[in-house]
Design a protein around this ligand. Structure first.
Ligand code: NI
Length: 180
């Protein structure tokens, strides 16, 4: 019996079981990226991510078959005081740097209430198209690198459950004694 008020522009996030979450999403051309329609979509994604208190959101999580993700986290949150600058990436490609990996909890707006431990690469180079339609490359480490891997997986039809080393750590947040 949720009475939550959904802000204008917010879309309902697709949930696990929706076939769009298992699709390899369509890449965009540079001139498409700069279109009015795509700018509106990116805004919708950012507003939806914010509404759901997410750190990242992928095209298929708002029901679109388009290879794009948005990520961002304000500074000074308890777990990640460094924050993540609001970033939009089209057609992301990851190149891992080094062999170092690290484990941490992950959750997903499409798999609500749950958390699981996922091993991810610690450092990577992300390439893709930015909001201006131009190619860019950027190096990420630690938590932001984890978010980049999680969101890029979405665009290839994967969720974090697929990356877990077994399901033994899968937990309801309510039983973990903490939220976020
Ligand atoms: Ni997710």
């Amino acid at each position: 019996m949720s009475t939550r008020i959904v802000s204008p522009g917010v879309r309902k996030v697709t949930q696990l079981g929706n076939p769009v979450l298992r699709k390899v999403l369509r890449k965009l051309k540079a001139d498409e990226v700069r279109s009015e329609e795509i700018m509106r979509l990116v805004e919708t994604m950012a507003v939806t991510m914010d509404e759901y208190d997410g750190v990242g959101i992928a095209g298929n999580q708002v029901g679109e078959d388009l290879s794009v993700f948005v990520m961002g986290l304000p500074k000074d949150t308890k777990r990640h005081p460094e924050g993540i600058a609001l970033t939009v990436v089209f057609n992301p490609v990851i190149k891992f740097i080094g062999d170092e990996t690290e484990e941490d909890w992950e959750g997903c707006l499409s798999v609500p209430e749950l958390r699981g431990m996922v091993r991810r690469h610690s450092k990577l180079e992300l390439s893709g198209l930015g909001l201006d339609g131009k190619a860019f490359k950027k190096i990420y480490e630690g938590f932001p690198a984890r978010v980049v891997q999680h969101e890029t997986d979405h665009l290839n039809g994967l969720v974090y459950l697929d990356r877990m080393d077994g399901l033994k750590t899968l937990s309801y947040m309510s039983e973990m004694g903490r939220r976020g």
